[in-house]
Design a protein around this ligand. Structure first.
Ligand SMILES: *[C@@H]1O[C@H](CO)[C@@H](O)[C@H](O)[C@H]1NC(C)=O
Ligand SMILES: *[C@@H]1O[C@H](CO)[C@@H](O)[C@H](O)[C@H]1NC(C)=O
Ligand SMILES: *[C@@H]1O[C@H](CO)[C@@H](O)[C@H](O)[C@H]1NC(C)=O
Ligand SMILES: *[C@@H]1O[C@H](CO)[C@@H](O)[C@H](O)[C@H]1NC(C)=O
Ligand SMILES: *[C@@H]1O[C@H](CO)[C@@H](O)[C@H](O)[C@H]1NC(C)=O
Length: 742
């Protein structure tokens, strides 16, 4: 993380790693993974998600995501009773090639099979070009690009570009790299047919996974309705041609080649999230690698083995197996076909079913074990229980039923696990062994005839208790109860709870550290910003307002400090530094702002005083408009106006004695307060409505005066609106209006 691929440290480390490191487009390091995750890899991915605090709702196979992305938008899928539409998805990306066949019904998709070549991708085609040009450069320029990683990487980049150009252009395309090695410019050329010849062996490999897919699914090419291709490397014409030739039809490119998988995963996430409303679409995936279970029988030296999940078995899915044992026993899960799994270890895990004991009469106990492939495609032995007969005096019928019932419900961990729900619902009604002979279901417990159990192949195979007598309907009912058994799981690759918790904690600490580091940087940046901004203004708008000697010098000094001893300080140091600067800076800022606002506010106050004085004058002149106002009330207005006039005259003359670099004699907040006081006293008096004589005219919409209520306005609005209103509503104007109407 955080190192370039060509970083000597990475190069040295690379030799010690069991997995491949590959250069990424941006020069960083990429880790090569197999395209179809095995159990261990899936669990590890979930651990990783948990460590970084991501809630992984479903780990989805990439090709299944592509299929979902394809199907969910299709409005014309066959109805459930019709033949499903078969679509093959082909994905060749940077490092791997994978294919899947899916059956689509309305709102439903089922993965029928998958196949892949984990070592065939776009980079292999780049590699062919690189090898070709390395040889050419060697003979033409006597330079060896492989001797120098930087040069080799540049060659890789140029070859990738060349490959892309050849996809759209069949003529000769030049390759030119300036100052490639030892100050030498190199050049070459290639055309598409030459390239295809060069890559003949790679192109040959395309057919293999396709053949495997058709063989597994027993599909004929005629059954395939469409072949959808995604992945960058499917843009290579020869790749496209090979796929089209195999299926005898044109390939479709309706999906976004680079984002099809990501989009499918996003859609699945939206389906699972309660926050989104998405069209119903059910996805049934397939198990890519068959899984078997191995166990020891109680007779020494014999082993039982059975494939519990065959290749392409629907997933998620649960199955119940029944064993007859007198004591604890062990199950081992492994991939039945290790050669088909791109992973060195074929074992999945060992599971010990604990607390198993013989029945009271010494007979073997019946033990039911549930195995499942969950929604993430991960195998587990999920639950185990021992079936114990119960004497009827000890336990009531109802209790037993309820217990069993609730146990049946328990495995339904998630509503999206539809198969499990299905299986459980089947369990109540059917009691025969299913197609593959392993999937047994649970008959209603209270009427369960013991002989029924003998149909389970496990028992036959291991030559244990054998009893082929058919179920006797008349047999007395034996009440049973299921006792949960603990399972000890030893998985092949497991982080373990302790380590996982430690990683989560470490991650949390790192997140906290990042947060603190960000706060520290923010605090530092705030100081820096203050210094620059203030210094700019000191030689600009603030110039005349500064009396503080040496403030400019302090700013310069602080700037120096930031780059030297103050470069790496704790957050509080920067916070304190900023406070110190503000102690000097804020008064300057205030003086400037006061000087900006003061004249405007004084002007407004003057206007307002003039306005009320005019009304008072008109009242004294017995103007008809104000005749209804009480004399005492109007005297309050006159008194207030004269007091405020005096206050304002004093303020203006006191301020006149101050220079700009002195703190103001009157603050804008005081002027605002005076303005408010004046309005509060005078406005209610002068806006008193006239007695209802000419009411229709008073209510005329043109008479805006009656609508004007300064109390309703915000401070800012008042400041900007009032002078205007003042003009509009000037008594004489209003006179004119009402006179016109009269
Ligand atoms: C489509 O519907 C048919 C009939 O119900 C069913 O047999 C088949 O499995 C369905 N296919 C899918 C993909 O669900
Ligand atoms: C492609 O290159 C080969 C080898 O240089 C040459 O023989 C052939 O004519 C070229 N084809 C085109 C279409 O340019
Ligand atoms: C194909 O590439 C050649 C060489 O770069 C260029 O001259 C020509 O215009 C290109 N043709 C097309 C159709 O892009
Ligand atoms: C390229 O340069 C390196 C070091 O500068 C030198 O050792 C090497 O011989 C040069 N190669 C050629 C082919 O000139
Ligand atoms: C199942 O999924 C739902 C969201 O659809 C979630 O709320 C619930 O917690 C999940 N249950 C389990 C057991 O994971």
């Amino acid at each position: 993380h955080g190192r370039a691929f060509n970083d000597p440290f990475v190069q040295k480390e690379k030799e010690k790693l069991s997995y491949d490191l590959v250069p990424m487009k941006n020069g960083g390091v990429g880790v090569k993974v197999p395209s179809f995750f095995t159990d261990a890899e899936r669990r590890s991915l979930l651990d990783a998600a948990q460590i970084v605090g991501l809630n992984c709702l479903r780990l989805m196979n990439d090709m299944t995501a592509v299929a979902l992305n394809y199907g969910i938008y299709k409005q014309d899928l066959p109805a459930p009773e019709e033949k499903p539409r078969i679509v093959v998805f082909v994905d060749m990306g940077h490092s791997a090639f994978q294919v899947s066949a899916c059956a689509f019904n309305k709102s439903k998709l089922k993965v029928l099979g998958t196949a892949f070549d984990p070592f065939l991708g776009g980079r292999n085609f780049d590699g062919k070009l690189v090898d070709y040009f390395c040889a050419e450069i060697k003979s033409k320029y006597k330079l060896d690009p492989k001797a120098k990683v930087r040069a080799l990487l540049r060659l890789y980049q140029e070859c990738e570009k060349l490959k892309k150009l050849m996809s759209s252009n069949s003529t000769d395309i030049p390759l030119n790299i300036e100052c490639f090695m030892n100050d030498t410019d190199v050049s070459g050329k290639m055309n598409r047919s030459q390239f295809e010849e060069l890559c003949a062996d790679l192109l040959q490999r395309i057919e293999m996974p396709l053949l495997s897919l058709m063989e597994q699914t027993q599909l004929k090419v005629e059954d395939v309705t469409a072949v959808e291709i995604v992945g960058g490397a499917t843009r290579i014409p020869a790749v496209k041609e090979r796929i089209a030739k195999f299926f005898g039809k044109d390939v479709s490119t309706t999906l976004n080649a680079d984002e099809a998988i990501a989009r499918g995963c996003a859609l699945q996430c939206a389906i699972l999230s309660p926050a989104f409303k998405v069209r119903e679409f059910s996805v049934t995936d397939a198990t890519p690698f068959p899984i078997s279970l191995l166990w020891n029988t109680e007779a020494e030296d014999t082993e039982g083995v059975h494939e519990v999940f065959s290749r392409n078995h629907a997933a998620p899915f649960s199955k119940v197996l029944t064993f007859y044992r007198k004591g604890p026993f062990e199950l081992e899960a492994f991939y039945s076909d290790p050669n088909g799994v791109p992973y060195p270890e074929s074992k999945i895990g060992r599971y010990i079913i604990q607390n198993v004991a013989a029945q009271k009469d010494g007979e073997k106990s019946k033990v039911k074990v549930k195995v499942r492939v969950n929604t993430h495609g991960i195998f587990s032995v999920s639950t185990a229980s021992m079936v114990e007969p119960v004497k009827s005096e000890e336990s009531e019928d109802v209790n037993v039923e309820t217990e069993v019932e609730s146990q049946d419900q328990r495995p339904i961990e998630n509503s999206s696990d539809k198969n499990i729900q299905q299986e459980n619902s089947e369990a109540g009604t059917q009691s025969q062994v299913q197609t593959d002979g392993q999937q047994t279901s649970q008959p209603p417990p209270s009427s369960e005839p013991p002989s029924e159990e003998n149909k389970i192949p496990d028992v036959k195979k291991t030559n244990e208790k054998k009893g082929d007598q058919p179920p006797e309907a008349k047999k007395p009912k034996i009440k049973v109860k299921n006792v949960d058994l603990p399972i000890e799981a030893n998985l092949v690759w497991e982080l373990g709870k302790e380590l996982l918790n430690m990683y989560i904690e470490t991650e949390g600490k790192m997140i906290m550290q990042d947060k603190l580091e960000k706060e520290r940087n923010d605090a530092k940046n705030a100081v820096e910003e203050y210094v620059y901004e203030f210094r700019d203004k000191l030689s600009g708008p603030y110039e005349k307002f500064v009396c503080e000697k040496g403030f400019s010098a302090l700013l310069t000094e602080t700037e120096g400090w930031l780059y030297e001893e103050g470069e790496d300080e704790a957050k509080q140091v920067y916070v304190d530094k900023l406070e110190d600067l503000k102690k000097l800076g804020t008064p300057i800022e205030t003086r400037y702002q006061e000087a900006e606002e003061r004249p405007k506010l004084l002007e407004e106050l003057g206007h307002r005083l003039q306005y009320y004085a005019t009304i008072a004058g008109e009242f004294r002149n017995k103007d008809e408009k104000y005749i209804h106002i009480d004399e005492m009330e109007m005297m309050k207005v006159e008194k207030c106006v004269s007091e405020v006039v005096e206050w304002m005259n004093n303020a203006v003359s006191a301020q006149a004695k101050k220079s700009l670099d002195q703190d103001p004699a009157v603050h804008s907040s005081e002027i605002k307060a005076k303005l408010q006081e004046l309005n509060n006293v005078c406005e209610p008096v002068v806006t008193q409505p006239k007695p209802k004589v000419d009411s229709p005219k008073e209510e005329n919409p043109l008479n805006e005066r009656s609508d004007f209520k300064p109390e309703d306005m915000g401070e800012d609005e008042k400041n900007s609106e009032m002078p205007q209103q003042n003009g509009e509503c000037h008594p004489s104007d209003q006179n004119t209006i009402s006179m016109d109407l009269d």
